[in-house]
Write a protein that binds this ligand. Structure first.
Ligand code: ADP
Length: 411
């Protein structure tokens, strides 16, 4: 069975076609600049066919899906004969609100519930809905499944998800912590539990999904009991361009400094803050580490390399805040079996893992610096000799989780 996984943004649409008999990717790609001019990059993975990488007109998401289908089935770039070889479609949906604690088959009622969550995720859910509607139009009569970023965190206890603001905002407007990256936290924690032989007994894990967007989760016996992102993905640790948790008064203060609106302040916190805000030149950790005089492959200092102080500070702030939340979650869990690093930075930056773990030495958690400096594309145990908890690198695969959930539900 083949499953098409769709991750629709406001002007982009990422896709992967999986053969779920062997979980191999047949093709993947990205429609970019939808509604502007349009660009499609389509990469067949299976049969040695060439990559398609061209500007093409993509006025709407429906036209983008139609272009994707054309490429997936074309003689030159295709990996399937016809549309009938797509057996199901799985959609990433960012916000599932209080209603969804697992993935669901999409019907009118589910679409209405996703629409109802637009007020909680005005930047993301409308785009996800455009992706769903585009597939309903272009791939009719094929079951579609919604997989929510928030669902895994629905197990959080009330004291973890309740904000200390007037309670009516929760009762009347559903304002609470929801958390995101749920598919990633679920996937890597599941692998870690399996590898550590902790699937059936009690277990305490902290997963650090450190990418452009970053969040941590405290996972007790396989269930999320707390996470750093909130009602939106702005809360928590500093990120590429997002501030993470700050004094909320800054929204007002920035607006008065700039003489602009509160909405403009939110733009500053979403798009111009985080490590980009401090360093000023890039939000990419490879650039920041290089500017800070680090060898990005080993995570160690490069002898004689110049050190940009702001780059160094951005990294210090990031590592400190991640470590602080780890400390908080050890309290939430009452201990820790394993600390797990994943996503672009967590998987690929020995420097960040080392910098975070330096803060944890006082509570008996450390990594093996030499093993940590090894590049791995798979599960890697970087635990230090005397560490009280395991420290692991587990590559994430959110698309595979979506494809697996989709197959499970469609079957
Ligand atoms: P997202 O999916 O949130 O867009 P990713 O999980 O792909 O983000 O992570 C992107 C981040 O990973 C970028 O900041 C990038 O610099 C960082 N990254 C990728 N490779 C490395 C590396 N070798 N060293 C340090 N950071 C890296």
């Amino acid at each position: 069975m083949n499953v098409l996984v769709i991750n629709a943004g406001s002007s982009s649409l990422k896709y992967q076609l999986f053969n779920m008999d062997n979980e191999k990717i047949l093709a993947k790609g990205l429609c970019d600049r939808i509604g502007l001019d349009g660009h499609l990059k389509h990469k067949p993975e299976a049969n040695g066919k060439p990559v398609y990488d061209e500007d093409i007109s993509l006025p709407t998401h429906a036209e983008a899906i139609s272009a994707v289908i054309e490429k997936l089935t074309s003689d030159e770039y295709g990996v399937i004969e016809s549309l009938s070889e797509i057996n199901a479609v799985g959609h990433r949906v960012v916000q599932g609100g209080r209603k969804f604690s697992s993935s669901v088959l999409i019907n009118d009622e589910v679409v209405a519930a996703i629409e109802d969550c637009v007020r909680l995720a005005p930047l993301h859910n409308p785009a996800n809905l455009m992706g769903i509607r585009a597939c309903q139009k272009n791939i009719p009569n094929v079951p579609q499944v919604a997989v929510f970023d928030t669902a895994f965190h629905n197990s959080m206890p009330q004291h973890a998800y309740t904000y200390p603001i007037p309670y009516k905002y929760f009762e009347e407007n559903d304002i609470r912590r929801y958390g995101f990256h749920g598919t990633s936290h679920r996937y890597v924690s599941d692998i870690a539990l399996d590898r550590l032989g902790l699937k059936s007994g009690s277990s305490k894990l902290i997963t650090c999904h450190l990418g452009n967007g970053a969040s941590l989760a405290a996972i007790c016996d396989g269930k999320s009991i707390d996470t750093t992102m909130g009602v939106t993905p702005l809360e928590g640790v500093p990120m590429g361009t997002r501030s993470g948790s700050i004094d909320p008064s800054l929204v007002d203060i920035i607006a008065s400094i700039e003489g602009t609106s509160l909405k403009d302040s939110m733009d500053v916190l979403n798009k111009k803050s985080g490590v980009l805000g401090i360093f000023g030149k890039s939000s990419d950790f490879r650039d920041i580490e290089t500017a800070a005089g680090m060898d990005i492959n080993t995570g160690f200092e490069k002898e004689g390399a110049p050190v940009d102080e702001k780059a160094k500070l951005a990294l210090d702030v990031f590592a400190y805040q991640v470590a602080k939340f780890i400390g908080a979650y050890i309290v939430a869990l009452g201990g820790l079996d394993a600390l797990i690093f994943t996503a672009g930075i967590g998987e690929n930056s020995p420097y960040v893992r080392r910098a975070v773990c330096k803060h944890l030495e006082g509570i008996g958690i450390c990594l093996d610096e030499n093993v940590n400096a090894v590049r791995a594309s798979d599960y890697l145990d970087v635990t230090g000799k005397d560490s009280k908890s395991k420290v692991l690198v587990v590559p994430t695969n959110e698309e595979l989780v979506i494809a697996r959930d989709t197959i499970e539900i469609v079957k």
